[in-house]
Design a protein around this ligand. Structure first.
Ligand code: TRP
Length: 454
């Protein structure tokens, strides 16, 4: 047994909030509405819910089992449980995937800072619908402004990470998560009351199954993995900080529920808003940034101070949600470098931050000056987005479920799920069945379907 004391989360609430903080982020509020909008709304959301239940939550559990059993970071956990086997590559690829996600994610996170600035200086006032589209495009294609915000966001993440697990991650999540939730409920009520919002509710609630094709399945699966932070080992690293008496199944379900609620809630904020102001739901990655400032102006045109307060609150909240997610992505790579190469935490974090600053700058520039430098027809930003969510995370999830379903000793799995036999778990067989058969087969089918093989 290793003697060294590892850091850990100190309370049960902290465990759930930190994991939910990782899950809830731009994935829910920015990516979910724009994927749902691109794929036709309600029908996509139903497929998405299926993916969360059948793939996301079970694989989340598999990650927690690996993490808590190995008591090691993602890069080392597989080697501890399956020494000398190629399984270690699942963890190492996970660490790399995290860096790729962090790099493009912090670009969008940087945008939220710009929007906080615009909200605070009241620059949304007097703009018309068209102006929002134009100013968003002008901003994201600008060379230096978004880069500065992106770097600022990475540095913010860096400093919280350097403070460590308990002080940094747990404390910040405990405050940010509940505030976020309350603000979103308030906003959903406000946008539902806008004239013309009804069409948005129909788009959200009335499925058109004629629109379900292979892309819908791949998109929904990718979004489920992305939104729950599953498939690259965030929850292996976090699970390794869990206490022995934490109920893994309950944690996974709570996090899955909270994450899904926030995603749906943001659908209820954004689609009624988009329809009310005449923005197409499939207008892509600018959806949240173009729609909402406009909404506040329209909804509270009579009372400008409310428009002001809501704009500031919303973008602040978006930035905070993004921050608890970037922290989790950063932590995976930092804890690996820190523990594997025995660097100090600060030095490990510095390496990760530096690598991400370089990659993120390239991602940001790829939307403006580098627009014509495409790889497989994608800008670097879109390549990182698509390749991580739609390829690397599901492939990671596939191997993680096979590892726990087939490779890991069943006594270990049972003992982790029941905390050494002290918890009753009536759905134990179901979880094992999903990890052994259902999840891996579903992932393969969705890929095969996308490639036209089915
Ligand atoms: N889930 C987060 C979101 O919805 C993003 C995120 C954090 C993530 N850590 C992750 C995505 C790990 C995939 C893997 O915004």
């Amino acid at each position: 047994m290793e003697k060294k004391e590892r850091a850990g989360f100190s309370s049960k609430l902290g465990v759930i909030l930190a994991s939910a903080g990782s899950a809830v982020g731009l994935g829910n509020i920015w990516r979910f509405p724009y994927e749902a909008g691109n794929h036709g709304g309600a029908a996509f959301i139903l497929v998405y819910l299926g993916c969360v239940l059948m793939l996301g939550i079970p694989i989340m559990l598999a990650e927690l089992i690996i993490g808590r059993q190995a008591r090691a970071n993602t890069g080392e956990a597989f080697d501890k449980l399956a020494p000398g086997t190629p399984w270690k590559w699942v963890g190492l690829v996970g660490v790399l995937t995290g860096i790729l996600i962090l790099s493009y994610y912090s670009v969008v996170a940087g945008w939220t800072l710009e929007f906080i600035g615009e909200a605070v200086t009241n620059s949304f006032a007097d703009k018309q619908a068209g102006d929002f589209i134009q100013s968003f495009n002008a901003f994201t294609t600008n060379s230096w402004r978004p880069v500065i915000w992106t770097v600022t966001f990475l540095l913010l993440t860096h400093f919280i990470i350097v403070r460590g697990v308990e002080k940094g991650i747990e404390k910040s999540s405990k405050i940010m998560m509940p505030v976020l939730f309350l603000l979103m409920i308030l906003m959903a009520v406000c946008t539902a009351l806008l004239p013309g919002a009804g069409a948005g509710l129909t788009f959200l609630l009335k499925p058109d199954f004629g629109k379900v094709n292979a892309d819908v399945f791949l998109g929904a699966m990718g979004q489920a993995f992305f939104s729950l932070s599953v498939g690259m080992g965030v929850l292996i690293t976090y699970g390794s900080y869990f206490k022995k008496d934490t109920n893994l199944t309950k944690t996974a379900f709570s996090v899955g529920m909270i994450d899904t609620l926030v995603a749906i809630l943001s659908g209820f904020i954004i689609f009624p808003a988009a329809f009310a102001v005449g923005v197409e739901p499939d207008s892509g990655s600018g959806l949240v940034f173009i729609t909402l400032p406009n909404v506040f102006q329209q909804a509270f045109g009579e009372i400008p101070v409310l428009a002001y307060i809501f704009s500031v609150m919303f973008y602040l909240l978006l930035a905070l949600a993004a921050l608890t997610s970037t922290i989790s992505l950063h932590e995976v790579a930092t804890s690996y470098l820190h523990e594997h190469y025995r660097l100090t935490r600060k030095r490990a974090a510095t390496w990760v931050t530096t690598a991400c600053i370089i990659l993120a700058t390239l991602c940001s520039l790829s939307l403006g000056v580098g627009k014509n430098m495409t790889i497989f027809g994608f800008t670097l930003f879109n390549l990182f987005d698509n390749i991580t969510a739609k390829v690397l995370l599901p492939v990671g999830g596939f191997f993680i479920s096979i590892f726990v379903g087939w490779y890991l000793d069943k006594n270990v799995v049972r003992s982790e799920l029941t905390n050494g036999g002290t918890l009753r778990l009536p759905i134990y067989q179901l979880i094992v069945f999903i990890l052994k058969f259902l999840a891996p087969i579903a992932i393969v089918c969705i890929f095969a379907n996308e490639l036209g093989l089915l």
